[in-house]
Design a protein around this ligand. Structure first.
Ligand code: SAM
Ligand code: SF4
Length: 364
């Protein structure tokens, strides 16, 4: 067993290099992992406090022009009933967040670049700002778009954008996506740069426990996140979906519990590496462990995304199997979540945008 002193000296010593990160991600003994988590939680408390910020998640359309090999709503999956919420339905969900003092929402969808769709997003952002007096923070997660479109979204009033790189390894990226010009690693990278230039608080992230993925890939991911100087991170376990091509590799996957533990270690190491960023506790954690999202708070996460997608649509927005809270309504989610957050010793930042301190600091 590695001594607590050794874990502490690696984690809190010099700026972490690849060997240090590999050492920390390779810890396997539950007590060692607990020590790493406790160090990360202290770093979180000292730098961003113990307040958890809500981002009410509105998955407003499952129509997607892409075919990522891991995703349950990929274009070629004929199973989900395709939907786009109406402007009124989206505003109703946003108003729920506003009235219940969530502070912010995330508008997420499949990726489409046509003008009708992007224009719909722009007008929806404007409408949400109008009905909430500009008080509700708006994050977007609508995939790769042109510079002009990102600027249009930003000028309409969205101020954060989430675009996971999925993996920072070009070769692995190639194995997870069709090899065509619509699934281009460089184009995705370029989008992250443009988002930053546009003025967004930029979030990215990766999936953990993908087929063909090794610890070295994950080490590289964390270094990539530090190098691009992300403001926010959403990283979560990969979970298989039987109607996707990657399902054929399910026998090669780490057991789900190991993917969960590796995600928690990734969050902890990232918190230690980038003390003032926002780290979201991914919903996928909860699919593996009913208490997964709250555990992530103990490892350094400080953002939670309770679902505000209407119940009727949730079953058609299954990115992976066993997606949690498909039957619960948003009132139930709201009540149980605050209790759970308090149980881990954190508190909810009601009515606060909870912007990334890292963003603020890098703008100074
Ligand atoms: N279409 C946009 C995009 O891809 O950026 C936003 C929506 S997409 C559904 C949001 C995220 O879902 C992706 O970035 C990916 O990391 C995650 N995701 C998709 N399939 C998944 C799976 N099987 N397991 C875990 N996460 C998954
Ligand atoms: Fe579409 Fe996003 Fe799913 Fe890829 S991950 S298929 S872009 S919704």
């Amino acid at each position: 067993m590695t001594s607590p002193e050794k874990i502490k000296s690696v984690a809190l010593g010099r700026e972490l290099n690849a060997d240090d990160i590999r050492f920390l991600l390779s810890l396997e003994d539950p007590e060692e992992i607990r020590i790493l988590g406790a160090l990360a939680y202290e770093v979180k408390k000292e730098n961003v406090g113990n307040r958890v910020y809500y981002r009410g998640l509105i998955e407003f359309s499952n129509i997607c022009s892409k075919d990522c090999l891991y995703c349950g709503i990929r274009k070629s999956n004929a199973e989900p009933r395709r939907f786009t919420m109406t402007a009124l339905e989206i505003i109703d969900a946003a108003m729920f967040a506003y009235r219940n003092r969530y502070g912010s929402i995330v508008l997420q969808s499949g990726e489409r670049t046509g003008k009708t769709f992007t224009g719909f997003i722009t007008s929806t952002i404007r409408n949400i700002r109008a009905v909430t007096d500009g008080k509700l923070g708006i994050t977007l997660s609508c995939g790769e778009q042109s510079r002009e479109t990102y600027e249009e979204f930003f000028n309409a009033g969205a101020h954060r954008y989430l675009l996971r790189i999925e993996t920072s390894d070009r070769e692995l990226y190639g194995k997870l996506h069709p090899r065509d010009r619509y699934h281009d690693f460089d184009a995705r990278m370029q989008c992250l740069r443009i988002l930053k230039e546009t003025g967004f608080q930029v979030g990215t992230g990766v999936m953990v426990g993908l087929p063909f993925q090794t610890i070295d890939h994950l080490v590289k991911d964390l270094i990539f996140i530090r190098e691009i100087d992300a403001d926010m991170i959403g990283l979560g376990p990969y979970i298989e979906h039987s109607q996707t091509p990657l399902y054929a590799y399910r026998d090669q996957l780490w057991p789900q519990k190991d993917r969960l533990m590796m995600t928690l270690k990734m969050i902890a190491v990232l918190r230690i590496m980038m003390k003032d960023i926002n780290i979201a506790s991914a919903t996928a954690l909860q699919a593996i462990d009913g208490f997964g999202r709250e555990r992530a708070l103990k490892y350094g996460a400080n953002v939670i995304m309770p679902s505000l997608t209407p119940r009727d649509h949730r079953k058609d927005y299954l990115l992976y199997e066993d997606k949690p809270c498909i039957e619960e309504d948003r009132e139930e989610c709201k009540d149980c979540l605050e209790t759970r957050i308090r149980m881990v010793g954190d508190e909810v930042g009601w009515d606060e945008w909870g912007d990334s301190l890292h963003f603020r600091n890098r703008k100074l």
